[in-house]
Design a protein around this ligand. Structure first.
Ligand SMILES: [Zn+2]
Length: 347
């Protein structure tokens, strides 16, 4: 185990181990300071496996990653997981994708096994950190320096988010801050229900699931033979992607549904501007791909700017995520760099 803040050449040559542990796969990688993936592997979560078995299988993958780092010095391992993680003990409090992991403290198990420090973080928080260090938050043009305060929101089957301020994730007292997807946008009694138990949340109005559901509810108003109707007849269900494809072909119901989702996103992201005062806002997930497909990001940015309360809140750029599939892995490595830099600063 090595950490070095005093020898920049040595620190530059270091690598991190990263893991992105999702509902189906545990993926692991060896990643360098430039964010390059030098090696990667994955192992499937055995259905019905007990906590010990899951932890052992994923741990073996990390050992394999360590062996594949070769002669490079490893700064530590960063693990990205969905769910909430106790900020002081690193215990996984609730894991929606892998409930068998509830209550496990991975650093306690893996630090002795790997012989290096292990840190865990919420996957959306770490995606925010990865995008900040290596993705959309990096300086690109002279007028766009490195992000000071970056908000990342992924609009996918659900809506997840993370906030990075001054290079560190804003995690909250219970490790559960910045649930942008669960801010109330529609307070009316008949607002759509949300998976969190509330109703009218941004996720209930603008996730891929919500967009598909809203279109399905309006099918009675669709023109027979229109693109949305045909998508429904083919699969007996409508996905968010079906709605974006139909809207692109001029389907009037699909256009209405997309417009409603865009309005919800503008209101929600306008709130985010006023709350966090970010200079970079990064949108990710399948819904964002659909919005890009329809050329709607500019309209969202304009709408957000109209809702910003001051000129200081209007000074931001809205950009799509750039790390794609490796977001969780690069985020895990970014956690290692953030933690080792913190420790070096403390001496
Ligand atoms: Zn909710």
């Amino acid at each position: 185990m090595t950490t070095s803040g005093s020898n920049p050449d040595f620190a530059e040559s270091q690598v991190a181990l990263a893991m992105d542990w999702g509902g189906t796969w545990a993926r692991a990688a060896v990643i360098d300071r430039q964010g390059q993936l030098l090696w990667q592997g994955r192992v499937a979560n055995e259905p019905g496996a007990l906590q010990d078995e899951l932890v052992e299988a994923a741990g073996s993958l990390l050992l394999e990653a360590r062996d594949n780092a070769g002669e490079r010095s490893i700064a530590g391992a960063g693990i990205a997981l969905a769910g909430s993680i106790d900020a002081s003990t690193d215990m996984l409090l609730s894991s929606p994708n892998l409930p068998a992991l509830n209550g496990v403290t991975l650093p306690d198990v893996w630090q002795p096994m790997l012989g290096m420090p292990v840190w865990v973080g919420n996957d959306a928080n770490l995606a925010a950190l990865g995008e900040c260090y290596y993705g959309a938050g990096r300086p690109d043009l002279p007028e766009n320096p490195a992000a000071r305060t970056l908000v990342f929101v992924t609009f996918s089957t659900g809506v997840g988010a993370g906030v990075v301020d001054g290079g560190e994730v804003f995690i909250g007292a219970a490790g559960a801050a910045a649930e942008v997807g669960h801010m109330t946008i529609d307070y009316r009694a008949d607002a759509p229900p949300c998976a969190c138990g509330n109703s009218g949340c941004l996720e209930a109005l603008a996730s891929g699931t919500a967009i598909g559901r809203a279109a399905q509810a309006r099918l009675a108003h669709a023109t027979p033979g229109a693109p949305l109707q045909l998508a429904y007849e083919a699969n007996a269900t409508i996905t968010g992607q079906d709605v974006f494809d139909a809207a692109e072909r001029g389907d009037s119901v699909a256009v209405e549904v997309v417009n409603d989702a865009v309005t919800a996103i503008i209101v929600g992201m306008g709130n985010v501007l006023n709350l966090f005062n970010p200079d970079v806002v990064v949108l990710g997930g399948g819904v964002t791909q659909g919005l890009l497909q329809l050329g709607l990001l500019g309209r969202i940015e304009d709408g957000m700017r109209r809702r910003a309360m001051s000129s200081g809140h209007r000074r931001f750029r809205l950009v799509p995520a750039t790390l794609g599939d490796s977001q969780g892995l690069v985020g895990g490595a970014s956690l290692v760099w953030a933690k080792t830099e913190q420790q070096a600063a403390l001496g």
